[in-house]
Design a protein around this ligand. Structure first.
Ligand code: HEM
Ligand code: HEM
Length: 409
């Protein structure tokens, strides 16, 4: 059945400038024989590489990208900065015996721009999820942007990416209109065979890497900002009753260790992720908050290096010391407070819902529980310590005083 170019039949034609330059029917390239310059018909779902790399759809992490590309929203494809910034690929239908769509082709930059324009003109700006770039109030394609076009192979791809193709005569297929999908073949539309890339099954799985890196980053940040750094601050706040500078030693060691782990987590994030292209999305907010938290945290050891001397027993604090304490304590507590929503939002950036849940439990029950316990133990220790020390002999008090005087904090 040959489909007309009317959207009523589920197919929308995008008239690009090469429309008349038809090489349709020239060549039918197949796996082994395929080479640069071959032409043929391509049919499949358009997917941004960001959602392919994540393994799950950015705006619906419960859906695996290569299993259900028909559930990928046009909004995600053309509105979300991280998606638009990455190359687009064509996912062709699963091979027999498999339910995974094949990463068959990378679109050239020109083809990508034309497909974005086509998606905008076929998507409805009023439907949910709201597609900001969509321009057609009667548009019917909100999910699963499927296209058919006349392709020319531009390169043969790599072990990570499928071969690149250019595209002419691109047409959108409305998958919500079954009559258009079931019978639509390359032969129907272009009178030629579909060009097949059988190498796509051998591509490395990028989703495994993204998940590994996200978990490594998340774990380091959880240990650093969820546990160590608050523990060090709690020790500074609640264990000064102990003689000597135990609180200071604990604070310094724990904070330096915490910051080193956080720094490692940050380096992973900067190398692996690209959230700053997603203005307005949750990953962008997480990234901005993350950078603020890290900057405030890294200021701390630097200002600690130039701190004015602490007051000796019985002496008043110098004004310079008072100001430093305000700055160090203020910056520290603000950073730790801001880390809470940053971590919570971070857990939602993980590509797998199970991982999200596990990290949320680890943060809430794990870190929250340990911090609460540490605080309670230190408060109890303080009250006990006072009771124990009350009947202290003069010798005890002398010892306490001299150990306080050697306190370097
Ligand atoms: C690694 C080097 C650091 C050193 C040498 C250091 C030193 C100190 C000192 C001397 C104090 C006590 C101020 C006083 O009460 O007289 C203090 C308190 C504090 N520090 Fe640090 N600090 C370091 C890192 C950090 C970091 C990375 C943070 C948090 C991100 C932090 C957060 C705090 C907080 C919140 C307090 C106040 C606790 C309270 O309310 O009493 N510090 N620090
Ligand atoms: C206070 C702690 C945290 C800080 C400072 C932080 C910082 C950051 C920063 C700066 C980025 C953006 C990197 C870039 O694109 O250049 C980022 C991305 C990311 N973070 Fe965090 N993070 C924290 C906690 C977490 C946690 C606990 C998790 C997960 C359990 C997490 C998961 C992620 C993920 C998955 C991304 C990439 C998101 C994407 O590509 O869409 N983060 N983080």
């Amino acid at each position: 059945m040959l489909l007309s170019s009317s959207s009523a039949y589920g197919i929308n034609r995008y008239d690009n400038k090469n429309e008349n330059d038809s090489t349709a029917g020239d060549t039918t390239a197949t796996d082994n024989s395929m080479k640069v310059g071959d032409t043929g018909c391509v049919i499949g779902f358009v997917m941004d590489r960001f959602c392919i790399d994540r393994g799950t759809l950015f705006d619906n992490p419960s859906v695996q990208t290569l299993l259900n590309p028909e559930r990928h929203s046009v909004h995600c494809l053309i509105d979300v900065g991280s998606c638009v910034a990455t190359p687009f690929e064509i996912l062709t239908d699963p091979s027999p015996g498999s339910n995974r769509y094949n990463r068959a082709w990378t679109l050239s930059e020109t083809a990508k721009a034309e497909i974005i324009a086509l998606a905008a003109s076929t998507g409805n700006p009023n439907n949910s999820p709201r597609c900001r770039e969509c321009t057609n109030p009667d548009g019917e394609i909100d999910f699963g942007f499927r296209v058919i076009f006349n392709a020319t192979v531009l390169d043969m791809g790599t072990s990570l990416y499928p071969p690149t193709v250019d595209a002419r005569d691109i047409q959108a297929i409305n998958i919500a209109n079954p009559s258009s999908v079931e019978s639509l073949t390359c032969m129907d539309v272009f009178g030629m065979e579909e060009i097949i890339n059988t190498q796509s099954a051998q591509l490395e799985d990028p989703a495994a890497r993204f998940r590994r890196m996200a978990l490594a980053h998340g774990s380091l940040m959880l240990i650093a900002w969820g546990w160590l750094l608050p523990t060090g601050a709690i020790f500074a706040k609640l264990s000064k009753h102990r003689p000597g500078d135990l609180w200071f030693k604990v604070h310094r060691i724990v904070q330096v260790l915490g910051l080193l782990l956080a720094l490692a987590g940050w380096i992973i994030a900067l190398n692996e992720f690209t959230v700053f292209q997603s203005k307005g999305e949750s990953n962008y907010h997480h990234g901005v908050m993350g950078i603020t938290v890290m900057t405030l945290g890294l200021i701390q050891p630097i200002n600690a290096l130039i701190r004015p001397k602490a007051a000796k027993d019985g002496q008043a604090k110098s004004p310079a010391r008072k100001i430093w304490e305000y700055i160090h304590k203020g910056t520290g507590w603000i950073a730790l407070l801001l880390a809470v929503p940053t971590i919570v939002l971070g857990t939602f950036q993980l590509p797998q819902p199970n991982d999200q849940e596990a990290y949320q439990i680890a943060y809430g029950a794990g870190c929250g529980g340990i911090l609460l316990l540490t605080s309670v133990l230190l408060v109890v220790d303080k009250s006990r310590f006072k009771v124990d020390e009350e009947p202290a002999t003069g010798e005890d008090l002398e010892q306490l005083k001299s150990s306080n005087e050697t306190n370097e904090s």
